[in-house]
Design a protein around this ligand. Sequence first.
Ligand code: URA
Length: 434
Amino acid sequence: MRMVDIIYKKRNGNELTEAEIQFFIEGYTKGAIPDYQVSALMMAIYFQGMLPHETALLTKAMVDSGESIDLSAIEGYKVDKHSTGGVGDKVTLIVGPLVASAGVPVAKMSGRGLGHTGGTLDKLESIDGFNIEMTEEQFIDNVNKHKLAVTGQTGNLAPADKKLYALRDVTATVESIPLIAGSIMSKKLASGADSIVLDVKTGSGAFMKTLEDSEALAKEMVNIGKNLGKKTVAIISDMNQPLGFEVGNANEIKEAIAILQGAKVEDLRLLSLEIATHMTVLAGAYSDYDEAYAALERNLENGKAFEVFRQFVIAQGGNIDMIDDLNKLPQAAHHIQVTSDKEGYVTKIDAESIGIAAMYLGAGRATKDDSINHAVGITLNKKIGDIVKKGDVLVTLHADTAKPDDSVRKVKEAYCFKEGSVERPTLIYKVIRD
Ligand code: URA
């Protein structure tokens, strides 16, 4: 087999066989096929696309390029969740304990933040002593004991994706639905859960800006799951503004705890309940959506989900005093109110700009080796649909410098207004399943 023939075939719009897909994935992972040939193939796929079962074969080859986690030692049906990335997205911190409170094990591998989006591991490390590095054995043991554990990525999962993603990043071939779907699903499938719930974000702060593209991506990922024998449900949710009111690290932990203690922060609570409901129904803990939703709502009200969170923090070495007295979490030196120079109804809060403003404060990383300041972040005072008068507080910046001018500028750029009332955005657009 010759790589040049595979490039020709795809360039001319033809379907690749399983053997051809395996050949280039294996060859590229081993270093036997050069970047320039794979770049040409990625560009051919970008323009010609792939058929659904071809995308599934590509995903399978990427999974097979490395290790897969074996979660069979965890008792019960395991459902994983994945978000395509948002600002203020602390849903895992709520969904994890909530699903576990229904007796469904959650073995979660999470990542760190980069650029305008935050990472679950960074948020958890706001709690002194919280340990996200575990052996596979400790991880499995913690899930069996507490129904919940969160760790950084272990093992060499989907190495082909790591190489391909780096190459796509510098060859203008990231924005291809089959390539994105294969990339995300290869990592999820290698993580070993029995089923997957995907939160596909749509809007100005999301990877996919339009509902049409988000739906196409969601359908492609659900189809990969179906082809490879993992039941997958995709929820398409709004990212035209940050989720909840807090963006940062320690402040996001506080907001997640408030929800676990029954607070009614509308978008954050509803999205968390939606995701947790699909996860528990897939796991067979409840017979249908309505029963699951009602039971999970009760577990937010009666303290069960919060108690799972407390036990999880203790099990991973976190200082529980910080959870029982949230004033002990890291605190910024200054709390600066940013007021509006304009007036009207809020039509949009560009989530990416808010994420960048938080990154300038030190809450996120510009490059992957930067360190994080857990104390700093942003509290939104106004969301889409709210009325704003000149001088009203838009956000409060929690900063360690007295004059965070770049963040102030970025926040002001993020807010858009118009005269006349504005409807609040839809939170959940669609649920896609096979
Ligand atoms: N996230 C991924 O993991 N892969 C992509 O291709 C795009 C976003």
